[in-house]
Design a binder for this molecule. Structure first.
Ligand SMILES: Cc1cc2nc3c(=O)[nH]c(=O)nc-3n(C[C@H](O)[C@H](O)[C@H](O)COP(=O)(O)OP(=O)(O)OC[C@H]3O[C@@H](n4cnc5c(N)ncnc54)[C@H](O)[C@@H]3O)c2cc1C
Length: 382
C-alpha cells in the first residue's frame, strides 16, 4: 500500500494550494481527485478577487490572501503567476441604487473602520461615473468600493496552483473517488474506488461534497450546496475596469482580459451532486441580464455566447469551516466557502499547513471552527 504523510481529498484551489505548501515543507503529500483538478468550483467561478463586503470574520484571512495575490510570483513562480491573469487595483464596487442602500454602505464602512480597516470607501455618483463611464445616468446614487480588489482567470489560476503543487513534489491522482476512511494507529487508511492508501493526516477540501467526506468519519455538517450560474458575452471592446455588483439585485460582472463580459451574481441553477454536475436555468439568467441592461443600456444588443454553473458548499452562517475535525485527530477540513472562496485560494493552504505542521495558525481562524456545529450537524452558535 502506498504511504504518504498527508492525503488531501479534492484538487480544487484549496486542495492544490495545501498540497503546494505541504510539499514545500518536505511533507510527502498526495491529492486524490474524483474528476480532474479544477473541474468544479475552482475552475468555473466568476474569478472575483474581492475583499469588499466580506463577513468581518473573514477579513483578516481575506486581506492576507490579497497580499498573496499581489505576490503570486513568490507563491507560484513567474510563469504560473502570469498564467493566472490576475488584475488588481481595478476595484470592486457595490452599487447603491437608493438612499437605503447608500445608508447601508455608510454603516458597513463605519463598521470596518471601527475594526481598524481602511479597505472599504463610500463613493458618490460622480466618482462611480468617473470609474464606470458607461453606467446609465441616475441609475445609482453611489456605492462602496475596495480599490485594491480585482479579478483573475479561474481556470488558469486553478491550473497554475495544480502545476505549482506538482512542481513542489506533491502527487495528484485524478479520476479516483475517495469512498471511505479506516482508522489505524496514528493515521488513516484512505479507501478509493480503485485502491487503498495509507497516511498520517487527511485533509478534506472536497468542496460541495465535503460534508459527505466528513460523514464517512461520523462528523455531521449541513448538507447544503448550490449551483451558482454564470454567463459570458461575445468579446467586445474595452468597456469597464472595475468589477461591479448589485446590493439587492442578482448582478455581478466584470470584463475579462479577452474582452468578454463575465456575468454572475448568485443566480441559482440546478445542482446534481451525485452526477458530478449542475445545470443553468435560462429564465433566471435572463432576469440577471435584464438587471445589467438597466444599469448599462448599451449592452442590450450584446450576445450571450455561453452559460454554465458550478457546485459550491453553502453553510448557514456564510463562512467556511477551516481547521481540525471535531470528532477525530489528524483530520482537517476546509470547505463551505459560500460563493467567495476563490479569493481565499492563496491563503487557506498556508493556514492548513501551519495547523498540520505547527499545530497553530498565526491568523485568527477561531470563527471557522468545526465546533460551531452540533452533533446533529446543525449550527449551534451564530
Ligand atoms: C459559479 C461560481 C462563481 C463563483 N464566483 C466566485 C468569485 O467570483 N470569487 C470567489 O472568491 N469565489 C467564487 N466562487 C466560489 C469559489 O469558486 C469556491 O469557493 C472555491 O473554488 C472552492 O474551492 P475548493 O477547492 O474548496 O472546491 P472545488 O473547486 O469544488 O474542489 C473540490 C474538489 O473535490 C473533489 N472531490 C469531492 N469529493 C471527492 C471524493 N469523494 N473523492 C475525490 N475527490 C473529491 C471534487 O471533484 C472537486 O474537484 C464561485 C463559485 C461558483 C460555483
Amino acid at each position: 500500500m502506498m504511504k504518504y504523510d498527508v492525503i488531501i481529498i479534492g484538487a480544487g484551489i484549496h486542495g492544490c494550494c495545501t498540497g503546494l505548501q505541504l510539499a514545500r515543507r518536505g511533507i510527502k503529500t498526495l491529492i486524490i481527485e474524483k474528476n480532474i483538478a479544477g473541474r468544479h468550483a475552482s475552475g468555473v467561478n466568476a474569478g472575483g478577487v474581492r475583499t469588499l463586503t466580506r463577513s468581518v470574520h473573514e477579513i483578516p484571512l481575506s486581506l492576507a490572501a490579497m497580499d498573496k495575490w499581489y505576490r503570486l510570483d513568490d507563491l507560484l513562480g513567474a510563469d504560473l503567476a502570469e498564467n493566472c491573469q490576475f488584475i488588481g487595483h481595478v476595484g470592486q464596487i457595490a452599487l447603491a441604487e437608493n438612499q437605503a442602500e447608500i445608508d447601508w454602505c455608510e454603516g458597513r464602512a463605519a463598521e470596518t473602520r471601527a475594526l481598524g480597516y481602511d479597505f472599504e470607501e463610500v463613493i458618490d455618483e460622480a466618482e462611480i461615473k468617473r470609474l464606470i463611464p458607461h453606467i446609465a445616468d441616475g441609475s445609482v446614487v453611489g456605492g462602496l468600493i475596495a480599490r485594491k480588489d480585482g479579478h483573475a482567470n479561474p481556470f488558469r489560476t486553478s491550473q497554475s496552483f495544480r502545476i505549482a503543487a506538482e512542481r513542489a513534489g506533491c502527487t495528484i491522482i485524478e479520476g479516483r473517488r475517495v469512498t471511505g476512511f479506516a482508522r489505524k494507529q496514528n493515521g488513516w487508511i484512505v479507501e478509493t474506488d480503485g485502491t487503498q492508501f495509507e497516511c498520517g493526516v487527511v485533509v478534506n477540501t472536497a468542496g460541495a461534497w465535503a460534508w459527505k467526506l466528513a460523514e464517512m468519519i461520523g462528523e455531521k455538517f449541513p448538507n447544503t450546496y448550490e449551483a451558482l450560474s454564470m454567463m459570458v458575452t461575445a468579446r467586445m471592446q474595452k468597456f469597464i475596469d472595475p468589477v461591479v455588483f448589485g446590493l439587492s439585485r442578482a448582478l455581478s460582472f466584470k470584463q475579462s482580459m479577452d474582452g468578454t463580459l463575465v456575468i454572475g451574481g448568485g443566480i441559482l441553477g440546478i445542482p446534481e451532486l451525485d452526477n458530478d454536475t449542475s445545470d443553468t436555468v435560462a429564465e433566471r439568467l435572463a432576469e440577471s441580464a435584464r438587471h445589467i441592461c438597466d444599469f448599462f443600456p448599451l449592452l442590450r444588443q450584446t450576445k450571450i455566447v455561453r452559460t454554465w454553473s458550478g457546485l459550491e458548499a453553502i453553510l448557514p452562517d456564510m463562512i467556511p469551516v477551516i481547521g481540525a475535525s471535531r470528532v477525530e485527530d489528524n483530520f482537517f477540513h476546509a470547505f463551505g466557502f459560500c460563493g467567495h472562496g476563490f479569493q481565499l485560494g492563496p491563503i487557506v493552504g498556508s493556514v492548513l499547513t501551519d495547523l498540520i505542521v505547527e499545530g497553530k495558525s498565526s491568523l485568527p481562524i477561531e470563527s471557522f471552527s468545526a465546533h460551531r456545529f452540533g452533533e446533529d450537524g446543525m449550527l449551534s452558535t451564530v
